[in-house]
Design a protein around this ligand. Structure first.
Ligand code: SF4
Length: 199
């Protein structure tokens, strides 16, 4: 795969995301070493993202590759419900610059399919946006937002994978995302050689 256009796409996306995270920084507590979202679940990504992730894997040293392959072997034996991303090594993303789009957007206040605010799961753990979260009614509290001495009000960004994949930029750069599925389904397809996906 020629990664050129996809890298350009990610570069522009990352620039925009940087501004979005900066804009909402009063509500965000993401920091290096926090890997809760990587431990939380098995996120979807598209074929082009998985190809790009594999290209990132190829650049790693042999020791890290082995650790990832061991994690994948463990996943083979394990229960999908206890999924932890196999690329998480010592609480850091080993393929950070090649990580999927959903890993880049995680943590901000987005909207669900009905246009309602959608909080990241870590809100309920007292992290991102928890200062303005009404836990009883499970929604954004305008009372907390207005009384919290914040310099800006929270803003909802439309950052679902579906929306990002349909951005005019993707068309302009001729990005074909291909089929989206969960990472475990790319790593452990029902047939075929799993290891060949990662070497
Ligand atoms: S690819 Fe990286 S950022 Fe995404 S869940 Fe895995 S370890 Fe976390």
């Amino acid at each position: 795969m020629n990664n050129g256009n996809f890298e350009k796409f990610l570069e522009i996306l990352d620039d925009d995301l940087k501004k979005i995270f900066e804009y909402q920084k009063e509500y965000i507590v993401c920091k290096k070493g926090c890997s809760l979202c990587c431990r939380r679940g098995d996120y979807p990504l598209s074929e082009i993202e998985f190809e790009y992730l594999k290209a990132g894997f190829e650049k790693l040293n042999e020791e890290t590759k082995e650790k990832i392959n061991n994690n994948i072997e463990e996943l083979k034996k394990g229960n999908r419900d206890s999924y932890i991303c196999p690329f998480l090594i010592e609480d850091s993303c080993s393929i950070y610059s090649h990580r999927p789009i959903i890993c880049r957007t995680f943590g901000v206040l987005t909207e669900d399919s009905k246009g309602n605010p959608s909080f990241p799961f870590c809100t309920t753990l007292g992290l991102n946006f928890s200062k303005i979260y009404d836990s009883e009614n499970k929604r954004l509290s305008s009372k907390l937002a207005l009384s919290g001495n914040f310099t800006i009000l929270p803003k909802i960004f439309r950052l679902s994978n579906n929306i990002i994949m349909k951005l005019p930029l993707a068309k302009e750069l001729n990005i074909e995302f291909g089929q989206a599925k969960k990472m475990i389904d790319f790593l452990l397809p029902e047939t075929g050689d799993t290891k060949s996906s990662n070497e």
